[in-house]
Design a protein around this ligand. Structure first.
Ligand code: NAG
Length: 325
């Protein structure tokens, strides 16, 4: 004979299991919050009243036009400039959007600029104006092809340094390339604002997208495997010119901490990296979702107790009846 109570229990359990993934997907969608990182963002007028920047420092040939840009190199030979955050990046997962402009009057242009997340800061050198044998990440926007047959320039590439590898200057970084793409049209002064967007999840990947074909049209450049940045990594920008020249301008930098919501009780891998961080401020929505699941769990537990009691009671009566016969 089929007992009605166990069947009901099964239904309840299936109901819980069935609902669960839907709840999970909902949490997934709402899981990432973008929190602006002022310490790693920049926009006009760049400087405060003391002609200083609270969060950034610059040097060598870098000049600031408060209403327009920070110019890492001017359109002249043998220039080298840098711009670095004063504070290291503290976000485990982050997103950055950088608007820049690379332009000049000559027929041949160079050499390009770089975006850095390195242990070293404000250390001029020969890799697009920053030091070689760096520890951390370099993203190069290389505008002049020295020697890379079959590759269209400008070329955007990522290199991960560990203090002991040198930049492969002779082959435009071919030996160091973690990932890269050609981006014909990324330099110049046409009406499309040139932007690079980097999205980094420590446990997942770094994705680099470019805007240069049309406004609000993002072209994926590459997505890497997961990798870790140095514990202390500063955000920087640098550029240099040699015989060939260009202006390399930073127009704006917008950085965001990508915060995983942590109070869902799940063990998604993306949560691991951010465990050590301070709890984000927590609007009511999550608590509601959490308490709702807890409520469901309590119903199931209650059902188990009731069913257990009923089964026990039935067995007790059956055995009593048995003993009477
Ligand atoms: C640094 O990276 C290079 C190339 O990937 C590797 O050969 C070398 O062993 C690494 N050095 C250290 C100290 O990890």
């Amino acid at each position: 004979m089929i007992q009605p109570w166990p069947a009901l229990l099964l239904c309840l359990l299936l109901g819980y299991v069935g609902v669960h993934p839907a709840v999970q997907a909902d949490v997934e969608r709402a899981a990432v919050r973008q929190i602006p990182l002022r310490s790693h963002s920049l926009s006009s007028p760049f400087l405060d009243s003391d002609m200083q920047s609270r969060y950034f420092e610059f040097g060598e040939d870098t000049i600031v036009r408060a209403d327009q840009y920070i110019r890492l190199t001017s359109d002249r030979q043998a220039q080298s400039g840098w711009l670095f955050s004063r504070m290291p990046m503290t976000a485990t997962n982050w997103m950055m959007e950088i608007e820049f402009k690379i332009h000049g009057l000559g027929h041949l242009h160079g050499d390009g600029m770089a975006i850095w997340l390195t242990e070293e800061r404000a250390k001029p050198g020969k890799v697009f104006g920053h030091t070689d044998n760096f520890n951390g990440l370099g993203i190069f926007i290389d505008t002049y092809k020295n020697s890379r047959p079959g590759v269209v320039f400008p070329y955007v590439m990522a290199m991960l340094g560990n203090s002991s590898v040198s930049y492969d200057q002779d082959h435009d970084g071919k030996d160091n390339e973690m990932a890269g793409c050609s981006a014909r049209g990324i330099r110049g002064t046409d009406t499309v604002p040139k932007k690079i967007r980097m999205t980094y999840y420590q446990d997942t990947s770094l994705k680099v997208e470019l805007q240069y074909k049309a406004e609000n049209e993002w072209t994926e450049c590459f997505e890497t495997e997961a990798f870790k940045l140095p514990q202390t990594a500063y955000l920087g920008f640098s550029a240099h010119t040699g015989e060939l020249t260009d202006n390399h301008d930073i127009i704006s930098v917008n950085s965001y901490n990508l915060h995983m919501r942590q109070n869902t009780g799940s063990s998604r891998s993306s949560d691991r990296g951010s465990k050590a961080q301070a709890k984000p401020y927590n609007p009511g929505g999550d608590k509601e979702r959490g308490s709702w699941r807890w409520f469901l769990l309590k119903i199931v537990l209650f059902a188990i107790v009731v069913v257990g009691g009923y089964v026990g009671y039935t067995m007790y009566r059956a055995s009593n009846r048995g003993s009477r016969f």
